[in-house]
Design a protein around this ligand. Structure first.
Ligand code: ZN
Length: 199
């Protein structure tokens, strides 16, 4: 169900998201819209919602008019040799995500469609007597949303990581992912890692 609000800057009705997913609204902008009756209130209901990441290259995009509504941020950090020279990069992975398998569909031009479990890159799906292989493996986990939550009576803004292929999502601690967030987004999000945010 679409969620709508009034953008205060020009008094225009905009779509801010679907159910609890604020695809078109950043946490920091939640009070720049006016609640519309019958829709979520992004200020009052903040702890029940998940917000769009504040991508710096979207700073000039009006609230509600962002492009890719499920845009995420690849999580990776450079790998260094003994001299400190960058030799490549390492994607964020987490073996424990395999405990929550998702589903992805594989299709073939002959018309065959196959549902297989997605272990989010941690391991391959079981194929009975056959063996699955990687062939040009891509990254699976992305930083996806910001999730306000009351932790020990304090409002914290936590990172949500999802599998970009099957959609399974998990809440993490900033210390798990911050080093994998490339700049300039990392600096912007680092403020949420240490401080509490006024409700
Ligand atoms: Zn997955």
């Amino acid at each position: 169900m679409g969620e709508y609000a009034i953008r205060k800057s020009d008094n225009t009705e905009i779509k801010i998201g679907t159910l609890e997913d604020m695809y078109y609204l950043r946490f920091e902008d939640r009070d720049k819209v006016t609640h519309k009756p019958g829709n979520v209130d992004p200020v009052r209901d903040a702890c029940e919602l998940r917000f769009r990441l504040p991508f710096p290259d979207e700073d000039n995009t009006p609230i509600g008019q962002y492009g890719n509504h499920t845009r995420g941020q690849r999580l990776y950090k450079p790998t260094l040799d003994a001299q400190g020279k960058v030799t490549g990069h390492e994607d964020f992975t987490d073996e424990e995500t395999a405990q929550n398998a998702g589903i992805i569909q594989l299709h073939h031009d002959c018309g065959l469609l196959l549902n297989v479990p997605c272990y989010h890159g941690a391991r391959l799906p079981e194929m009975g007597d056959r063996v699955a292989h990687w062939n040009g493996k891509s990254w699976f986990l992305e930083l996806y949303q910001l999730r306000p939550a009351m932790v020990d009576g304090v409002l914290r803004i936590l990172p949500v990581v999802h599998c970009r292929f099957c959609g399974e999502a998990w809440r993490y601690k900033w210390s798990d992912v911050l080093d994998y967030i490339p700049e300039p987004l990392r600096s912007r999000l680092a403020v949420y890692a240490d401080i509490q945010v006024a409700a």
